[in-house]
Design a protein around this ligand. Sequence first.
Ligand code: TRP
Length: 466
Amino acid sequence: MKKKIEETGKSMNRETFSTSLTVFFATLGSAVGLGNIWKFPYMTGMNGGGAFILVYLLFVLLLGIPIMVSEFYLGRKTRSNVVGVFNKLKAHKFWKIIGYMGLLSSFLIMFFYSTVAGWVYAYVFRALKGDFRFLGDMGIEEARVASEGIFTDTLSGISPMLWQGFAILLVSVILIGGVKKGIERVTKTLMPILLLLIIISAVRALTLSGAGEGLSFLMKADFSKLKGSSILAAMGLAFFKLSLGMGTMVTYGSYFNKENNLMGTSFKVALSDVAVSMLAGLAIFPVVFTFQLAPEGGPGLLFQTIPLVFSMLPLGNILLIAFFVLTAIASTTAMLSMVEVPIAILTEELKLNRKKAVIIITSLMFMVGVVTTHPDALFGQVQVAGKNFFDLFDYTASNLLMPLGGLLITIFVAYFVKKESIQEELTNGGSIGSGKLVNFYRFVLRYITPLLLIIVFLNELGIISI
Ligand code: TRP
């Protein structure tokens, strides 16, 4: 079989995940994060509920899964970081821009993501201290105001910076452990706990009086509420949710064992991720309606609603701790994958030792993140292009860099890689899966995925209007 690309280099001594199950948990650990529990519910709330979810699902199927498969292909084929991939494939050096954009996105996302992860850890601590207990003795209106007060208080002063530092420190300690002893060990222990906790939370929320209203908000598709900007938001969310377009899945794919079914893993991860988002929605929206909060509440939604309701339930404080612990797990395993992208680049391209690379990268992430993304901090009030740094980083990475990276990855794999090489890698040399499915994937990747991406971009630039 003649290949357009060749494998070179010493791929044999790289670490890999041990089994397909640990591949699944590590990858799901990357996908499931604040995106499900924090971003998905509030974006759904702001964009009119079920209609937004439908559009989102369409993007997951037609963009998310094909791009995830492509990233896995690039990673496992070359056993390389997202810059090195293009050296190994002997591609034109232009394509390395995908790697550099990924590097930049990794930092931009970590700046604000670690901020929110810090709030989550602060809430775990507060819940452990019993700070929310008194809410249970108040009337709804009074409790709502008090809960908002706690959120504002959590965000002010120096403590959110310390919590952000704590969240980043934890990530760096795990990452110093490496792929097997760090990422794999943590994700295979914590992901099952997370899944259990989110099911318990959703079941509890569904027994509340506002459950029906919450459910119908989540499920009912009201297309009149779907704005033009909602379409782009849904696409940005699909990228963000599945950790795509910046080389995370290339990097994780490079650690997959050779028996892994790449297409199967993509489907399983994407579907499980949607399931976790829906469970998070089920846990949150009944609460929102029971306590008459505004579903379009924005980023604070999670932090203001969950303590409110759980404090009113029997054994509520335990549930509250459980919920914030699960959110802390989700955000931490997601950050592992975000930070692994630059680590793989530094250790392999610059031959830095792993520990050094982790320390350099996470210190930088902390130092810049802490001054740019705190409401109180130095630049918290500074606006660029009408956005504070928090929103600017999110917007630049989720809506611009990642879709652009995704488009380039799509074009590269669809048009610059030999069909036979894709067939071989996705069927593990013909031993699994069907060639027809691979052809179908390649068809979507060649004609549908890029078209959708371009339409959404032209819309964003105001050249066409959907
Ligand atoms: N997918 C994660 C979430 O939804 C976030 C995440 C992890 C991510 N790694 C990423 C987002 C890489 C973008 C790129 O919370």
